[in-house]
Design a protein around this ligand. Structure first.
Ligand code: SAH
Length: 328
């Protein structure tokens, strides 16, 4: 097959067809086009690069009975999009996020995103795994930023795909600042955050009329200080903890010390939206032992809303049951 159009405009088509193992030839400007090449190809993909000089190509394809399909030019490169991938399943990625992936030349991704579908979502893009596991950082944050910026400077349209929302414990702010400093245009595509959606997957609303009119999202990456624990306990709303399994004992102890009720309901929702979703429910004084076998990724919910979720038809069990059925 033959792909016509300037190298920049045609780059996405060339990559996509090569990734599909097609035998691809390219002609990047009308002056380099020889009709004889049409004797050797079955298909011409004409990328609209805006050059009026391609008009005779259409005629030549007709004469040589070669199939011609037209394709839009790839979006301009030298751009970075931080895309929120949502809590896991590809259908919880936004339409805008899908658009950004479709146009990407390079995708930097982590392990918590809809990775299984990435090859379809970003056809032909170069996929680079910069995934981190807690406490283990294969590629440092500075290195990721440097690689993204270098790639965009080479003329690529870069997507940095993140779990959930880029601005919720996703270092999105730092990456935007790094792009701005490097003079690379950057856009941020929001994502469905696990902080709200994962409790929801287990049937737990983070707010509920007359029960909780506020929720606080906390990182459990490092233990909270005593004043922070006191403020948190004093707020009276729902507490949602991400990355909180490792520090759960410190958090629960601290909240008890700060005066939160021992029988305050607590839920740990692991691997939300996956076939292995599991919800463990207990109270503040017993959750550490009840959740001793729990692991990240998990969202911890502390507050009366956990009981609301249960009362409203024991939905967490129903949700987990649905997940188990999907699994079997
Ligand atoms: N930016 C992300 C959060 C990144 S921190 C967001 O908005 O969701 C990573 C933490 O998110 C995990 O340790 C876990 O606490 C939580 N998390 C993300 N996806 C999850 C899922 N599918 N199930 C349970 N927890 C999840």
């Amino acid at each position: 097959m033959l792909i016509t159009g300037s190298a920049v405009a045609a780059r996405r088509a060339v990559r996509r067809y090569r990734a599909a193992a097609a035998d691809v030839r390219t002609v990047d400007c009308p002056a380099n086009f020889r009709t004889s090449v049409l004797d050797e190809v079955l298909l011409v993909v004409a990328v609209d690069d805006g050059d009026p000089g391609w008009a005779p190509l259409v005629q030549a394809c007709r004469l040589h009975s070669v199939l011609l399909v037209r394709e839009q030019a790839a979006s301009p490169g030298r751009h970075i999009a931080l895309v929120g991938g949502g809590p896991g399943p590809a259908d919880l990625l936004t339409v805008r996020g899908r658009g950004a992936l479709r146009e990407a030349d390079v995708v930097f991704y982590d392990r918590l995103e809809p990775v299984a579908d990435l090859a379809q979502l970003a056809p032909g893009a170069q996929l680079i795994d910069v995934g981190k596991t807690p406490g283990h950082h294969p590629v440092s944050q500075t290195e990721i930023q440097a690689q993204m910026i270098a790639s965009a400077r080479m003329g690529n349209r870069v997507v940095r795909l993140k779990g959930g929302d880029p601005y919720v414990f996703g270092r999105g702010g730092e990456e935007v600042a790094a792009c701005a400093e490097a003079g690379i245009p950057v856009t941020v595509v929001p994502g469905v955050s696990s902080a709200i959606s994962v409790p929801g997957a287990a049937g737990i609303p983070v707010t509920h009329r007359t029960v909780s009119h506020l929720f606080t999202v906390v990182s459990g990456h490092a233990p909270l200080t005593d004043p922070e624990l006191e403020h948190l306990a004093g707020l009276g709303g729902t507490i949602v903890v991400l990355m909180g399994i490792g520090t759960l004992p410190q958090l629960t102890n601290g909240l008890l010390q700060a005066g939160l009720r021992r029988d305050m309901p607590v839920a740990v929702v692991e691997r939300g939206f996956s076939p292995h979703q599991r919800t463990t429910i207990s109270d503040l004084s017993n959750i550490v032992s009840a959740a001793s076998k729990c692991s990240n990724p998990a969202v911890v919910v502390i507050g009366e809303v956990v009981a609301v979720g249960r009362a409203a038809g024991v939905q967490s069990e129903i949700a987990d049951l649905t997940a188990a059925m999907l699994r079997s």
